[in-house]
Design a protein around this ligand. Structure first.
Ligand code: GLV
Length: 337
């Protein structure tokens, strides 16, 4: 992360820093969390009952990321541990990236670059690397939350028709402002020339885009996933892309990331990026700053003591009685990696 931002924690806590960026096993996480009072974590760390079992003093976990499927909120709340995430600060950057991935996929940018680099460009040809237009096409957005809405605003500038599906519809006023029309899930699949996935990953959205869903999409359509890999059945997607039942896909997230299935790596009509949706320097700094602010406040100190700006489980804050925690805060330990 950024030492100048994470270092702000040292004004309140004794810090233990895990500098190695890798996947920690459940046992390793449990061992590291055991002596801590608070922790700053990323989406690499899956934290639930097993990982907090020996962490008797743990009061707060600040996730650096808006998605928090890595945290078992029920287990954390039951243990009186406050959880926070980093919404809003990454919305526009992630929407920019969603659009970049959509354009790269529709216009086959990575395939085209490989074509040039590999010396396969022999003559200008009328039919080289023909792609799909964005302008005049229908953009489907699955999950019209903060990032989905920012993508919808960009789509209007590109002259696209925007349709969306959420379990609950937006107000007519918001639909009008965004120029977005609600469709049922199956209708969204069949209407979209380009479909962007921006919904949270929950048990209900696991493999939502499966063989059945893909079969409803146009064979000329593109699919972009900037949410979580587990929303897509990757083998069904690879099969659809390999057999011309879907024109192209852009994936920034993968079910077993950082591992990417060989079936996906073998495909040319797939743009692959390593989960970098929010990765502009300014936004990654803003995310770490928000996580640090959340952690300090959740631990009951600093200017927002007891009121973390983006709390996920307010019930835990009440249960933990953070006001009382202020007295013990000087001797506490927070961790980051
Ligand atoms: C990144 O995927 C995030 O959830 O912030």
């Amino acid at each position: 992360m950024f030492d100048d931002i994470v270092g702000q924690l040292a004004a309140h806590f004794e810090l233990t820093l895990e500098r190695e960026v890798r996947s920690y096993s459940s046992d390793e996480l449990a061992e590291r969390l055991a002596p801590l009072d608070g922790a700053l974590v990323t989406l690499n760390e899956r934290i639930g009952a097993a990982e907090i079992g020996s962490a008797g003093n743990l009061r707060a976990i600040a996730n650096v990321g808006v998605g928090y499927n890595n945290l078992d909120l029920e287990a954390l709340s039951a243990a009186g541990i406050v959880a926070t995430n980093t919404p809003d600060v990454l919305t526009e950057t992630t929407a920019d990236f969603g659009f970049a991935l959509l354009m790269a996929t529709a216009r086959r940018i990575t395939e085209a670059e490989a074509f040039v680099r590999e010396g396969r460009w022999r003559a200008w040809s009328f039919t080289t690397l023909l792609g799909a237009d964005l302008h005049g096409s229908t953009l489907g957005i699955l999950g019209l939350g903060r990032i989905g809405r920012a993508i919808a605003r960009r789509a209007r500038g590109f002259g696209m028709r925007v349709v969306y599906h959420n379990r609950s519809r937006l107000t007519p006023a918001l639909e009008a402002e965004l120029g977005a029309s609600w469709l049922g899930f199956d209708d969204l699949l069949s209407a979209s020339d380009h479909l962007v996935l921006v919904l949270p990953y929950t048990p209900a959205s696991h493999h939502l885009i499966d063989a059945r869903a893909l079969a409803r999409m146009k064979p000329t359509a593109t699919l972009v996933n900037i949410a979580r890999g587990g929303i897509v059945d990757e083998l069904a997607l690879a099969d659809a892309l390999a057999h011309g039942r879907l024109a192209g896909a852009g994936l920034d997230v993968f079910e077993g990331e950082p591992r990417v299935r060989p079936e996906l790596l073998a495909l040319k009509n797939l743009v692959l990026t390593p989960h970098i949706g929010s990765a502009s320097l300014a936004t990654r700094r803003a995310m770490v700053q928000l996580a640090v602010d959340n952690l300090i406040a959740a631990m009951g100190v600093g200017p927002n003591a007891g009121h973390p700006p983006s709390i996920l489980n307010a019930d835990a804050l009440k249960a933990a009685g953070t006001g009382a925690a202020v007295a013990g805060a000087k001797n506490t330990t927070a961790s980051k990696r």
